[in-house]
Design a binder for this molecule. Structure first.
Ligand code: GAL
Length: 814
């Protein structure tokens, strides 16, 4: 009995310890229930009089009595819109021919002062018992030029639209009372040359911890694998901070748990004394791990590091760091090696932009987007041209996707180096990251010595911050500054003499094709229609010496044939708004994507799937609904990994042809409605048949949900793909029907899109309406619904349209 009692007491004691550690550090997601309104970029009166008072927030720590603007607690925001983050307000703005081409002709930017400043307010409660803790707010990304206030006090500002920003709230809070965060966002100036959205478009966290704690992003785990690949040395750097008024003697123990939660390493404790208000005290610990599980693309195995901080005997902080153990090498002869094995980088460039939500991409949507890339065998993403959200990198870690993370601003002054440092410190524990890209196509730097000096300096700053990874940069053909980075990044083989460089520098780390043209156009469109913003695939139209050049195939063949090249990153994996090059308004979105901006594949996705996966593929293009083009000469293409393909056009055999390595097959014919049929052979045996027919008009809607259960947290989403089919259940590839979406139950319509690069529709109901008109483009549309916080139940989505058999789908929010 006595024994049982002491065991119980021990369990209770351990539970207390872990509870107190958890209580000492809490990360509370602050995404729901923000108030939002437009301010004004050119008229302070219309900007809620912000900054017009006698003593402004700059004159005094807090403007006293006079400030009635949004940073003040007295301000009445009852007429403001209630929004949940992530939020990109540009999604709701109309388009204009006069607006920025690069940003998708949306009415934001310096020409539109009334819609370029957004204000956010969020009240939150802090209990009295939190007095004595260190409390901060962490914004993972605000586009852009954010000013942040707490209870009317100015906390600071951050010009970057891509950096995580942390503000100390501790001294400003009302303990046992209500508190207010106010953020003014100003998107008047563009930071990139592509759609960037505007607003608090990533997560916001309230972090509570002890005064003595691991500093934000204060751990760095570097592993060195033994040549046997059985054991690894782990070097752990911990950066401590003491925000209190007293000095503190503390000790640190690091524990590593495997993916099952079993402790596999516990380090010797190290002690140090932190002076009051002392930050950035570094402690180094190391350990050896046996029987290691490697992180690779098939088994992205993750360990968790628990960093325990004690003051005296009291556990005051436990900070967790997820990491993986893997070896990466850019070998001059063998290309990129992951854990010693050559892995060709089959990559795409991605911007952060999706139909219906813009840059405010919920986590599940990122997962959906990464899965689309994986579905065609892609294994790498370049985060062009900015740091991404931590949530996206967590997904890449878990899903086995390699990443080149790219810095936004090139330069060597405090602001530049600080941004570079913040990206690296935040993200250097992600096993998915294989390279740091310091910049992209800097025309003022690439061809001259000044550029080289800047590039070398930035590269060296990176080496100081992370000795485990190399640097790169996307180069547009300049021959000087590329010498400043480790791994040369070539943007387009037509711009860079890659073979010549290799002959001259066979010892260079295996270079990457940081951008290579996908040659795509508008999904399912084969005739350019500039009045609608649609473009036939460049692969089918661009001629070189009077020959059609399939640029996508040319790119892959080039990189595949050369083992000393690490691999390539197509421009781009998914369409994004802005840069509808070479089109102009009314085109509003880019067409470079291998998938459109909803994630629907274009023909070229099947070219890559043929050569990037082991799945048998046989895909024909164009579709056979080319109405109005009867009698036109047509090139029928088969994207396939069969050895031979035989084509029948309207019953007539056009011949059986061998498939060239990494190639595709073409037959010339004349378009008449009917059917295309192809037989694919492997080893002389017919293994698959593909048939596409001229269809009837759309008669029914196929609704395909990506998921049917959602967490009732106001954050989780369901992605629903809609496909129009005819009476005979055949996909109608050119259907453009209008439809009505009706939602019942506890959820909201977050947005919709259809992949049309000339898209100009309203993307979501602004006031939470449950019925919404949408339009299909080339047979498809996509609706995204979001749960409501704390509201569990059954949700029903009904989609109907004139002449269409309606479709319904139920979802459970739990
Ligand atoms: C590249 C650039 C990309 C994109 C692309 C469009 O030069 O790096 O960001 O603008 O051109 O073709």
């Amino acid at each position: 009995m006595k024994k049982l009692l002491s065991v119980l007491l021990l369990i209770q004691f351990i539970a207390c310890l872990s509870v107190s550690a958890q209580q000492a550090r809490e990360a509370i997601l602050l995404n729901n229930g923000w108030k939002f309104a437009y301010g004004h970029a050119g008229d302070m009166k219309k900007d809620f009089t912000h900054g017009t008072e006698y003593f402004t927030y700059f004159a005094k720590a807090k403007s006293f009595n006079q400030n009635q603007g949004p940073s003040s607690e007295q301000f009445n925001d009852s007429t403001w819109q209630t929004v949940n983050l992530p939020h990109d307000w540009v999604v709701d703005l109309p388009f204009s021919k006069e607006a920025s081409h690069s940003h998708g002709y949306k009415t934001v930017g310096w020409k539109y002062p009334e819609t370029s400043v957004g204000w956010y307010r969020r009240k939150f409660y802090i209990p009295e018992k939190d007095l004595g803790k260190h409390i901060s707010v962490r914004f993972d990304g605000i586009f852009r030029n954010a000013q942040v206030f707490c209870n009317g006090f100015y906390l600071g500002h951050e010009p970057s639209g891509y950096a995580t920003q942390v503000y100390d709230l501790t001294e400003y809070l009302n303990y046992g009372g209500e508190n207010l965060l106010t953020v003014r966002v100003d998107a008047s100036t563009e930071e990139g040359w592509y759609y960037e959205g505007a607003g608090i478009y990533r997560d916001v966290w309230l972090d509570k911890m002890s005064q003595v704690h691991v500093a934000p992003f204060g751990t760095f785990v570097a592993t060195h694998i033994d040549p046997s690949y059985k054991t690894a040395d782990v070097n752990i750097e911990v950066c401590l901070a003491n925000k209190g008024l007293e000095a503190a003697g503390c000790k640190v123990v690091n524990r590593i748990l495997d993916a099952t939660g079993k402790e596999v390493v516990r380090t010797q404790e190290s002690s140090t004394t932190l002076a009051s208000k002392q930050e950035e005290v570094k402690l180094l610990q190391s350990a050896t791990m046996d029987n290691i599980h490697l992180w690779d693309l098939e088994h992205p195995y993750l360990y968790t590091l628990y960093t325990d901080v004690y003051v005296g005997e009291k556990l005051v902080d436990t900070y967790t760091t997820s990491f993986g153990i893997r070896n990466i090498e850019f070998n001059p002869q063998k290309g990129f090696l992951l854990n010693g094995c050559p892995v060709k980088l089959k990559g795409t460039n991605l911007h952060q932009d999706h139909a219906g939500v813009g840059t405010g991409i919920p986590d599940r949507l990122w997962k959906y987007r990464i899965e689309k890339m994986k579905s065609m065998g892609s294994n790498a993403i370049r985060t062009s041209h900015n740091p991404v959200s931590p949530a996206m990198l967590d997904l890449c870690d878990r899903m086995g996707m390699l990443v080149i993370e790219e810095n936004r601003l090139m330069g060597i002054n405090k602001e530049h180096v600080d941004l570079l440092e913040r990206m690296i410190k935040r993200d250097r524990n992600h096993p998915c990251i294989i390279l740091w890209s310091i910049g992209n196509e800097e025309w003022a730097l690439e061809g001259n010595e000044r550029g080289l000096r800047i590039t070398q300096s930035m590269s060296e700053y990176v080496h100081q911050l992370d000795s485990t990874r190399l640097t790169t940069q996307g180069t547009a053909g300049g021959r000087v500054s590329l010498f400043g980075v480790d791994v040369k990044g070539y943007n387009y083989l037509r711009q860079n003499p890659i073979d010549e460089y290799h002959r001259e520098h066979p010892d260079w780390y295996a270079p990457v094709g940081s951008e290579e043209t996908s040659g795509c156009g508008t999904r399912n469109v084969y005739y350019t229609d500039s009045l609608r913003g649609w473009m036939a695939p460049i692969n089918r139209t661009a001629e070189d010496d009077n020959r059609i050049v399939n640029a996508m195939a040319r790119g892959w063949q080039f990189y595949h044939e050369r083992p000393w090249l690490a691999g390539l990153f197509y421009w781009t994996g998914l369409d994004y708004r802005g840069e509808p090059n070479p089109m102009l308004y009314p085109a509003t979105g880019s067409q470079f994507g291998i998938f459109d901006y909803c994630g629907f594949p274009k023909d070229e996705a099947f070219y890559l799937k043929s050569w990037w996966t082991d799945e048998s593929v046989l895909h024909l293009s164009p579709h056979w609904n080319l109405s109005g083009h009867e009698g036109d000469s047509i090139r029928v293409w088969a994207y396939s990994n069969c050895d031979e393909v035989e084509l029948f056009v309207n019953g007539k055999n056009l011949g059986r042809k061998p498939m060239p390595a990494d190639g595709y097959i073409e037959w010339k014919t004349v378009y008449r409605p009917g059917a295309l049929m192809a037989k694919g052979y492997k080893g002389g045996k017919k293994i698959m048949v593909e048939k596409i027919e001229t269809t009837g008009k759309a008669a029914r809607i196929l609704m395909e949900p990506y998921n049917t259960t959602l967490k009732a947290d106001g954050q989780d989403i369901a992605i629903v793909d809609l496909t129009l089919k005819d009476e005979k259940n055949r996909e109608v590839p050119d259907a453009m029907n209008e439809m009505t979406v009706t939602l019942t139950g506890p959820a909201t319509i977050l947005g919709y899109g259809n992949g049309d690069p000339g898209f100009k529709e309203t993307e979501r109901p602004v006031n939470g309406e449950k019925t919404f008109r949408i339009k299909a483009f080339a047979g498809k549309a996509q609706v995204i619904i979001r749960s409501l916080e704390g509201q569990k139940g059954t949700v029903q989505l009904e989609v109907s349209g004139t002449g269409l058999k309606k479709a319904t789908q139920q979802f459970i929010t739990d």
